[in-house]
Design a protein around this ligand. Structure first.
Ligand code: ADP
Ligand code: MG
Length: 697
């Protein structure tokens, strides 16, 4: 029977109880499912060490030698056994805390010792090592790389440890060798020099040597990435065929704003507007990602594109992740649009819009008099009905789930054009997965005349120096941000920190006015404090990360980040982007403890070295791994990877995407006979629970 049909219950060493646990803990139902549980590490059992050769703690080693002496310490449950092991030239210590009474050590017998050493006062210790009399050592035990498998507490309680899994899988290998249906076509295997599935599965579990293990893993990673790309790209191809509102006209409002701008658009802004306009007039629905570093002028691009739609008699909306940001967009847009008088009607809808104020907004949306609606999640409420919504801008979308994005569709007969804007530059390979179903436009140029922000890293002992610098800047008429970290789990303590910091600053700067904002404040209070700072009434703004995105006060030239070690790189970069928005030289001061981890030091160094958001995003990915990228993965992609790693397998991501693209270019719906394996496996993956592909809109 095919391995993918064979119930795991009837495999050797399994049975109903274990099968039940394997299913509950790992989702394993069939023999093939188990073969798809790849080892998380390997230990080289072909290598024998001398004690003198051990140079690293925490890596497993095996040594041949004798037990020369042992004694028990303590009594009853607390008893432990301590032994001395000698390899002929040196000795080390072995310790057992459990099962002491079952241990039968013998003098003058050759043993194979296997375990993980740790060093204590020049002597290596092994806690609970495997100790096997040499005459019981089988050739298999010391052959090649030994695979280790992830297990859970529940599994271990039922004897399903790594060793047991290894033996269950070993029993399946002969049948695997007899043959298994490949999931990749022969041409792809050949073109990308990949192992067959059969060889890859054999060698991922029981590799001959390191090279075949690596090749096996590369093949399995490629396959995993390939199917994700195949799914994403097939979705994209389908969407490209979606009919969409045609907006061919470049009309009077667009031209009026363009003429009224106090500056020229950058080349990058112009190019991106052209790309978007090409989509708008195509008659197909646009799904485009607009990437650009902080301050690159995305908001203006979004506004001009909204006007393209409005001139073609469609309504538009801009969705922001926070109220502060929605308010700010509203103010910014109104200021830009002021020269146009009544020609464009903008409204704001957020969670704090009162019921009374909602009525005219709902009416205006229904009768088409509102051209641009700015808001938060409130825009998704059922009460919001449009006359003809044609163009949607989603700002900082990784905070909106993909499913939420889809919700806008239901509000229309045809789906509106969608422009997703993000100021968090994403490494290319990650973008291919997280935003792989979108076309991408990049603003890779800052408006002229900007002076790069100068970044300095200080430890908190130099606070006095920082304060006198702040004073000088304020005397020159500038303004200052001071940001404190705020994490959910620890909100109370953090708010206390913020309050203390505020008090301290009030004492240090009695001659100046200071605003404070944080997420727990009522929206109205927050707005009041923000606008006091924005209008220059207060000189210092003390805040949590609520000011992270979008806030725009060009006169602010200093960003002080307290406890900078508690922020991720991209967050630090976002915060820094709040200054350097006017013509004056700006500064970002990162404050940390004097003592810090090497990872923190690396992060601070990167910030000091570069202002390039893409470089920072790359470094972030390398330092933290993709799973951690501030929710990007959680809400941005429904894919969980079993073997591929987006942080380190970038090259494979690009190759797998290319391979998938080549196939879909020929056969977008995978209807050809020769592409049947792809369609089949894609369907299999869809219904197996590992991927929640239904969520892709
Ligand atoms: P982003 O949203 O990409 O971070 P913004 O749209 O907030 O950037 O733009 C930052 C600032 O630069 C704003 O004050 C905006 O008015 C200004 N700006 C935008 N485009 C230009 C340009 N081409 N030349 C000069 N200033 C610009
Ligand atoms: Mg912005």
């Amino acid at each position: 029977m095919e391995l993918s049909q064979r119930d795991i219950t009837y495999c050797k060493n399994v049975g109903t109880k274990r099968a039940d646990i394997l299913y509950k803990e790992l989702g394993v139902r069939t023999a093939m499912d188990l073969l798809r549980q790849y080892p998380y590490k390997y230990i080289d059992r072909s290598k024998f060490y001398k004690i003198a050769e051990i140079d690293d703690e925490d890596t497993y080693v095996q040594i041949i030698g004798e037990v020369t002496e042992w004694h028990t310490i303590g009594i009853g449950k607390a008893q432990r056994l301590s032994a001395t092991f000698n390899d002929g030239t040196h000795q080390c210590e072995l310790v057992w805390f459990q099962g002491v009474k079952y241990l039968k050590l013998q003098r003058g017998v050759k043993y194979l010792l296997f375990g993980k050493p740790s060093r204590f006062q020049h002597v290596y210790n092994f806690v609970h090592p495997d100790l096997t009399p040499w005459d019981k050592v089988t050739p298999e035990m010391t052959q090649g790389l030994e695979p280790y498998y992830n297990t859970t507490e529940v599994m271990k309680r039922h004897g399903l440890n790594s060793k047991t899994l290894r033996s269950i899988i070993a029993e399946l290998i002969p049948d695997l060798k007899a043959g298994v249906q490949d999931t990749m076509g022969a041409d792809v295997l050949q073109k990308y020099r990949l192992m067959s599935l059969k060889d890859a599965l054999v060698n991922v579990h029981f590799p001959k040597d390191t090279l075949s293990m690596q090749n096996a893993r590369a093949r399995l990673k490629f396959e995993e990435l390939f199917y994700v790309q195949l799914q994403i790209l097939r979705q994209m191809k389908r969407r490209e065929q979606n009919p969409g509102f045609a907006m061919p006209l470049v009309g009077s409002r667009f031209h009026a704003l363009y003429k009224a701008l106090p500056f020229d658009l950058t080349g990058a802004q112009k190019r991106v507007i052209h790309e978007i306009h090409d989509d708008l007039k195509s008659g197909h629905q646009m799904n485009r990602l607009l990437q650009g570093d902080v301050g690159s002028g995305k908001t203006l691009v979004a506004l001009l594109c909204c006007l393209l739609a409005v001139d073609n008699n469609y309504q538009t909306c801009i969705m922001a992740p926070t109220e502060i940001l929605a308010n700010q967009h509203y103010e910014t847009l109104k200021a830009f649009l002021a020269p146009l008088g009544d020609a464009v009607h903008v409204a704001l809808l957020t969670g704090s819009t009162t019921a009374k104020n909602r009525v005219p907004i709902h009416n205006g949306l229904m009768n088409g008099t509102i051209h641009i609606l700015i808001g938060t999640h409130a825009l998704l409420e059922d009460a919001v009905q449009w006359q003809n919504l044609g163009f949607v801008v989603i700002d900082e979308q990784h905070r909106f789930g993909v499913a939420q994005r889809a919700k806008l569709w239901t509000k229309n007969q045809l789906p509106p054009h969608i422009l997703v804007m993000t100021a968090t530059p994403i490494p290319r390979t990650l973008a291919m997965t997280v935003y792989g179903d979108l076309h991408v436009s990049i603003i890779d140029e800052l408006p002229p005349g900007r002076k790069p922000v100068q970044t300095i890293h200080y430890d908190i002992k130099r606070r006095a120096q920082v304060y006198s610098f702040v004073r000088k800047q304020i005397q020159d008429g500038r303004q200052v941000y001071v940001v404190y970290p705020l994490i959910k789990e620890n909100e109370k303590m953090d708010l206390q920190d913020l309050q203390n910091g505020f008090n301290e600053l009030c004492e240090a700067f009695p001659e100046y006015k200071i605003s404070m904002v944080h997420g727990q404040m009522k929206a109205a209070d927050k707005d009041l404090q923000m606008s006091r700072f924005a209008t220059g009434e207060t000189q210092i703004l003390v805040a949590t990360t609520v000011i992270e995105v979008g806030v725009n006060v060009p006169n602010a030239t200093v960003m002080i980040i307290q406890n900078a070690e508690r922020f991720g790189l991209s967050q630090l970069h976002q915060l820094r982007g709040r200054v350097g928005r006017g013509g004056d030289q700006s500064f970002c001061i990162l404050l940390t403890d004097f003592e810090m981890s090497s990872e923190t030091r690396k992060r601070m160094n990167i910030m000091v070295e570069t202002n390039d958001g893409f470089r920072i995003a790359e470094a972030d990915l390398q330092l933290r791994g993709p799973g951690d990228l501030e929710g990007t993965m959680q809400s941005g992609t429904p894919f969980a990877f079993h073997i591929a790693n987006l942080a380190t397998d970038g090259r494979l991501v690009a190759l797998a995407r290319q391979a998938a693209m080549d196939i879909l270019d020929q056969d977008p719906l995978l209807e050809d006979e020769m592409n049947r394996i792809y369609k089949r496996h894609l369907d299999f993956l869809r219904i197996s629970q590992s991927y929640n592909w239904g969520e892709i809109s």
